[in-house]
Design a protein around this ligand. Structure first.
Ligand SMILES: Cc1ncc(COP(=O)(O)O)c(C=O)c1O
Length: 474
């Protein structure tokens, strides 16, 4: 018999450990709606609770598990909670969870065709499904990455590589509603601050087309090389989608690369509202989309999609001698040549298994429910005095604020910001704040398919109660 490594367990113990974790997860999922959202943890308290030297003595797995349950989990705000309406919720999906367990358990490597052919093909299949949803041509392709930030980075790397002078005199354009990961991507890619043209969004939180066209013309005249527009396909702030068809016309006429950050909103193409808002998405040069957001998958799962898949290879491929073996034998696709990672885990498995298990219709229904809940929230807010809708329900996001007439704009800002903290203290639900048109606004993102109308109504009722109390105290 093979000797056991000091890191192994006997098969029966392995099974018991696994069953224990599955039982625990199912109980967690069942109890989530009745649990509080979780608290903002105090750093000093957590350092005191958790800091310790590297363990030198073994401990029973059950004890370590209990330590996680008792000391760590209570200090994590539950982004998968049905009443977590803050930022971008991460509702999670059980088949995806099991797929992650499987792919970690078999440690599937999806960097090269030589080693990971089957997994690579599954990834290609899932990416093709997404491309079909977006009406992308046969030349389109892409790959899984950790999330939206890296998906945008990968796509924008292809854009930069397509224009040889981009680094020296290139200029890129996007609205001030664009996620900060886009500015960070350009920074990583070596563009200077003055090469980033950030246009103030219009009253619908969309990029202003005329201003953009005028700016491109002026920049060309001044010697810049306008080369890329980054559109939004669902902003984090308000769910706004830039006018993709009109942007495609402009970019085609001007010879610019049109990328869209659809990390949040692109998957809404499966719904009626999404289809209407995302018109023109089929004309993009590249698109970032995050199955760990609106396809409910466990983190980490983002996708970088490029209209001409080979442009990713042009941008990324380097062949060192220690990888030369991968070049021989059956010709396939080495996904390590199309992005930043060589060691790549099997992120596509969760989307593949999840879509196959539930079928696309279940996802469509869940998303329609999400969109409906945002409209329910908007309606409920409109019905209470002194609450203003700052941005109506758009792709599952509604932005609003409490603004009683007796308070100054500064007091209103402070009050709305404080409401986020008060809601966390309350523990029932969580919302987040942002700044829109220079003023603080609250936002709810109703992305969890397990959230109910009652959850939304009660969250707004509590917000109102807290707001009235705070206003009378200020
Ligand atoms: C519109 C948008 N783009 C990009 C990102 C960044 O995605 P990730 O957090 O997966 O890196 C987010 C995150 O919420 C987002 O909402």
């Amino acid at each position: 018999m093979r000797p056991c490594s000091p890191l192994d367990f006997d098969p029966e113990t392995m099974r018991q450990m696994g069953y224990r974790v599955v039982d625990l997860l199912v109980d967690y999922w069942q109890s989530l709606p009745t649990r509080p959202i979780g608290k903002r943890a105090d750093r000093a308290c957590l350092e005191a609770l958790l800091n310790e030297p590297t363990p030198d003595q073994p401990q029973p797995f059950e004890r370590v598990l209990q330590e996680f349950l008792q000391r760590v989990l209570p200090h994590i705000i539950k982004v998968d909670h049905p009443r977590y309406f803050a930022f971008v919720p991460a509702p999670n999906e059980y088949v995806g969870v099991l797929a992650d367990f499987l792919s970690a358990g078999m440690n599937v490597f999806v960097g090269t065709w030589m080693v990971g052919a089957g997994a690579t093909q599954v990834e290609r299949v899932v990416i093709r499904w997404l491309c079909d949803w977006f009406g992308m041509p046969d030349t389109a392709g892409g790959l899984f990455v950790s999330g939206g930030s890296v998906a945008n980075l990968v796509c924008l790397t292809a854009a930069r590589a397509h224009y040889p002078d981009a680094l020296t005199r290139g200029r890129v354009y996007y609205s001030d509603q664009t996620h900060s990961c886009v500015a960070r991507a350009w920074r990583i890619l070596g563009l200077r601050e003055e090469q980033l043209c950030v246009l103030p969004a219009d009253e619908h939180f969309q990029i202003p087309l005329d201003t953009l066209a005028g700016q491109i013309e002026r920049d060309r005249a001044a010697g810049w090389l306008p080369f890329c527009v980054v559109a939004n396909a669902g902003t984090t702030n308000t769910g706004a989608v830039d006018p993709l068809s009109a942007l495609a016309e402009l970019c085609e006429a001007e010879g610019l690369w049109l990328h869209a950050d659809g990390a949040y909103g692109a998957a809404a193409i499966l719904t009626e509202e999404g289809k209407a808002r995302l018109q023109g998405i089929e004309r993009l040069h590249s698109l970032a989309v995050d199955p760990h957001k609106w396809l409910y998958q466990p983190m980490m799962a983002g996708c970088a999609i490029v209209r001409d898949f080979e442009q990713l290879r042009t941008a990324f491929r380097i062949l060192p001698p220690y990888l030369q073996d991968k070049e021989r034998g059956a010709a396939g696709i080495d996904l390590c040549d199309y992005g930043v990672e060589l060691s790549r885990n099997f992120r596509a498995l969760k989307v593949w298994m999840s879509l196959k298990t539930h079928g696309i219709e279940a996802f469509r229904q869940a998303m329609e429910h999400n969109l409906h809940l945002a409209r329910v929230a908007e309606q409920a807010i409109r019905e209470i005095p002194h609450w203003q809708i700052v941005s109506p329900a758009t792709l599952g996001v509604v932005a609003f604020r409490y603004a009683p007439p007796e308070l100054s704009p500064q007091q209103v800002d402070a009050l709305n910001r404080a409401l986020v903290d008060k809601m966390i203290q309350d523990g029932f639900a969580m919302v987040s704040s942002t700044v829109l048109r220079g003023r603080v606004a609250l936002r709810m993102c109703t992305l969890n398919p397990r959230a109910t109308e009652a959850d939304v109504q009660e969250t707004i009722r509590r917000l109102h109660q807290l707001a009235v109390k705070s206003a009378s105290a200020s």
